[in-house]
Design a protein around this ligand. Structure first.
Ligand code: KG4
Ligand code: ZN
Length: 330
């Protein structure tokens, strides 16, 4: 079944074509305008999606060498995300569905991040524990089979990627903070500053807002010269605190559930230190750790097309009344 995927939940405008066995195209246009503001401005994001979505879809079809009339279904992110952004993708999906006479289906963005694992590793089989860590979400999910999920833990405040972004902003490293912090941290000592690891004990929930405040307080105690000389150590120590908690809780979830496969998903899964630590600590426990291809970690429409394909090909579709749900749960 030839499926067009559409993703507009946040600041990436994406379209992709998936035929059930092969990804034929995956186009993402990242909105750079938000870099001027140090974070995503929802109203600007919606306006950019309106401008970009049709050209992005055209490019996805062209690259896939697929004509509109060959499409058999449309998959579109319907939540969670920014209401105005979601609305743009959903309206376009409904319009195309109506004009082409084909079904459309609303896809949960978090579920799509998990399916990105399957897109990169077709042999991956549940049960698995997925760590979905991005700018908007940090959740530990037990995947007992494709389509059956149990949320084992989630952040009580900031998402892991959000902590990277806020710390990046306060250190003057620009937006998004993740890649800049990882690069700077490579020159620093991860043990230099003992930043807090919140929510120890048995809970699988996360908390990153105290860590962000600890970094802020530490920087306020330094002179401008000390701050600039200490940036590498601060970023390395911050990253060590985030990675420690993500690794410890993910391994604990796998151990408790006797699960031998861990999947990392979302933009934070691009982080090499997180991947290496997770894989190194999991290996002696006989646990395999996988992550998607880099182009499928951060927001993209390929994962949406793949998720939607699963449901559309078993006959499911969404009604015209489907509305965006900014706080949709798994
Ligand atoms: O999945 P994604 O593209 O969008 C959301 O759904 O939020 O994730 C974006 C997030 C940002 O917070 C960004 O700072 C973070 O992923 N990120 C990283 C890295 N690359 C991107 N965090 C840590 N290390 C990285 N290398
Ligand atoms: Zn995402």
């Amino acid at each position: 079944m030839m499926v067009l995927g559409i993703e507009t939940s946040c600041d990436d405008t994406g379209a992709a074509v998936f035929n059930g066995s092969r990804l034929l195209s995956n186009i993402v246009s990242t909105q750079l305008v938000h870099r001027n503001f140090g974070g995503i401005v929802p109203e600007l994001a919606s306006r950019c999606h309106i401008r970009l979505i049709l050209p992005v879809i055209e490019q996805a079809l062209k690259e896939a060498r697929v004509e509109r009339k060959s499409l058999e279904g449309i998959a579109v992110t319907s939540g969670p995300g920014l209401a105005g952004s979601l609305l743009v993708g959903l309206c376009v999906a409904k319009g195309m569905s109506l004009s082409l006479g084909i079904p459309f289906i609303g896809v949960n963005h978090l579920e799509a991040h998990i399916w990105a694992l399957r897109l990169s590793h077709p042999d991956i089989e549940p049960p698995l524990v997925a760590l979905v860590a991005s700018g908007g979400h940090t959740q530990l999910v037990r995947v007992s089979e494709w389509g059956r999920y149990e949320v084992l833990g989630r952040t009580r405040d900031d998402a892991a990627g959000e902590a990277y972004d806020k710390v990046g902003k306060l250190l003057g490293l620009g937006f998004p903070g993740g890649p800049a912090i990882e690069k700077m941290a490579a020159q620093g000592n991860p043990k230099a500053i003992p930043f807090p690891r919140a929510l120890g004990g048995d809970t699988l929930d996360f908390s990153f807002s105290g860590l962000k405040t600890a970094v802020l307080n530490h920087t306020l105690s330094l002179s401008p010269e000390e701050l600039s000389a200490g940036l590498a150590d601060i970023t390395a120590s911050f990253q060590a605190a985030v990675v420690d908690v993500l690794v410890r809780k993910t391994l604990s979830a796998a151990k408790q559930g006797r699960i031998h496969c861990i999947g990392l998903a979302g933009g934070v899964a691009l982080n090499g230190v997180l991947r290496d630590r997770m894989a190194a600590d999991a290996s002696p426990m006989g646990i395999r750790v996988l992550w998607p291809d880099p182009s499928l970690c951060s927001d993209n429409a390929a994962m949406v097309a793949c998720t939607g394909h699963h449901y559309l090909s078993s006959g499911l579709s969404s009604p015209w009344s489907l509305a965006p749900d900014p706080s949709l749960n798994l």
